[in-house]
Design a protein around this ligand. Structure first.
Ligand code: SF4
Length: 164
């Protein structure tokens, strides 16, 4: 067992033994999934999605979360073969000088011109216990796009088409 795995297991043991609460900050989404009850995804220093572990990993809403999760390898050769990563283009902007509007709009594959580059979406509870900051996600509906599918852009095209 790797030292990292031993440390994670030790943390979990201590958590259970002493009823501890951790604020665990990491880039490794597999580890985050293993250790967390509730997960907040941040982009340029802001929370863009917040939900219980199973909700966030099972049905991610925010395009950034979906892109992140689509890049995580699946330990099942068959599922892995069908995994389609959402590749984000462009550089990560400087947090000291973030873009106007939604901070993610310069890299978001479903950004709406004239909206996302102007208005900053609020972090809203779009269903019980599930928070997201995106103009495409409302309490009435949101693009049900599973991480790894390549329908992100198609769905957005449908949404944009419906707006026209
Ligand atoms: S608000 Fe717009 S740019 Fe930001 S994540 Fe949603 S669709 Fe993408």
């Amino acid at each position: 067992m790797s030292i990292r795995a031993q440390i994670i297991n030790l943390l979990k043991d201590l958590q259970s033994k002493f009823s501890l609460t951790y604020l665990f900050i990491a880039h490794d989404l597999s580890v985050v999934r293993h250790i967390s009850d509730r997960v907040a995804v941040m982009y340029l220093g802001r929370i863009v999605e917040l939900a219980a572990n199973d909700l966030l990993y099972g049905e991610p809403m925010h395009p950034y979360t979906q892109a992140l999760l689509s890049a995580v390898p699946i330990p099942d050769p068959e599922a892995e073969e069908h995994r389609r990563a959402v590749v984000l283009t462009g550089d990560v902007p400087s947090p000291a000088d973030p873009p106007k509007g939604c901070h993610f709009h310069t890299r978001c594959p479903v950004a709406l011109e004239g909206r996302c580059d102007v208005d900053d979406p609020a972090l809203l509870e779009v269903r019980p216990g599930h928070w997201a900051a995106c103009h495409l996600i409302t309490a009435d509906g949101y693009p049900h796009i599973k991480a790894g599918e390549d329908s992100l852009v198609e769905t957005a095209a449908g949404i944009k088409g419906g707006d026209e």
